[in-house]
Design a protein around this ligand. Structure first.
Ligand code: HPA
Ligand code: ZN
Length: 329
């Protein structure tokens, strides 16, 4: 499947997309010793999801200033554009960007947006932000993150999410943060149904009133829930390569994305933390095409589903859809 098919990515953690060479270089510049997080070939090394979260947080250590995030954003968007991504939404955490201090957060955000503007002019790729508290840091910190999100909500910060350890607390612990984000006009998504079972998806829908679910693949264990997702048009941000790399499914053919789609669920495809999972959007497409015999028509439909589910304004959405139409004309 062509790496050049235009792609729309809805689920990407900015720091998790950092090329390992970039983080190693930055660590050397800043004299931060994080050699332990790399294997002998220079890739990120971790044992399981919970260790991955620790390695992820260690990888953010050399990212200290807005300028560092400017460089990070440029490096990430260069990789995404090379894989054919034309529009991307990225998770941003005020926890990492200024420690939830609003004025520091504004500076980090400004630097990220400037880099995104440069990348748009350079590569044509469009980026928008989803502010995301880290679940295992707890609901009180999530409230501070929600206030940062609410203060900067607009045409660029378009969404609010929930990442981190899905086994830490319950979605309802984060209702206050999600209510504040919703009141500020932000669109909502949350990680669920990856490490939690189908009930975690039900909880996120009921208690956080999200319109998209990050992963959500374990809904397949409850077919009544699958029907509900299909009927309500809930969009799943599916990251198959991430699920396989983290051992949730044995191999590509065992992944439920195909069955979810067959059962009428709106599935989309993303990379999550591409270098951690040795993937790119082009590789996801290739693997899916091989595993499920998906042709260009399926990928066209998935890209359009993603564009329609994007949290951006209507004019931006129309532009993405036009680019998709052109590619498949
Ligand atoms: N899942 C959950 N939390 C995360 C991830 C992820 O893939 N990456 C960074 N935080
Ligand atoms: Zn994720």
């Amino acid at each position: 499947m062509s790496g050049l098919l235009p792609k729309v990515e809805l689920h990407l953690h900015l720091e998790g997309a950092a090329p390992p060479g970039f983080i190693r270089g930055l660590a050397a510049e800043k004299k931060v010793d994080i050699a332990r997080i790399f294997d002998e070939r220079g890739n990120y090394a971790y044992d399981d999801f919970w260790h991955f979260l620790k390695v992820y947080e260690a990888a953010t250590e050399p990212l200290k200033t807005p300028e560092d995030y400017h460089r990070l954003t440029l490096a990430v968007l260069e990789e995404s554009a090379a894989a054919g991504v034309i529009y991307s939404e990225t998770f941003l955490s005020p926890d990492f960007c200024g420690g939830r201090d609003l004025s520091a957060w504004r500076e980090f955000l400004h630097a990220i947006r400037e880099a995104a503007d440069l990348a748009e002019r350079r590569d044509g790729i469009v980026l928008r932000g989803i502010v995301t508290p880290i679940r295992h840091l707890g609901p009180e910190k999530a409230k501070e993150v929600a206030l940062c999100a609410a203060e900067t909500a607009g045409d660029w910060v378009v969404g609010f999410g929930l990442a981190g350890d899905e086994k830490s607390g319950k979605p309802k612990d984060f209702s206050w943060a999600f209510d504040a984000a919703r009141e500020a006009g932000l669109r909502l998504t949350a990680h669920a149904g990856e490490w939690g079972g189908p009930e975690s998806v039900r909880d996120a829908l009921r208690d956080l009133r999200v319109e998209r679910i990050g992963h959500g693949v374990r809904a397949i264990e409850d077919l009544a829930l699958v029907d509900e997702l299909a009927e309500r048009g809930i969009v799943l941000e599916v990251c198959p390569g991430s699920n396989i790399a983290l051992g949730l499914y044995q191999d590509w053919r065992s992944h439920p994305i195909h069955e979810l789609r067959e059962r009428g669920v709106k599935v989309t495809v993303s990379t999550d933390d591409p270098p951690f999972f040795h993937t790119t959007m082009a590789r996801e497409y290739d693997r899916l095409a091989t595993a499920f015999d998906w042709d260009e028509g399926v990928f066209d439909e998935i890209a359009k589903t993603s564009a329609k589910a994007a949290f951006c304004d209507e004019k931006t959405r129309e532009n993405i859809l036009k680019k998709l139409e052109k590619a498949h004309a």
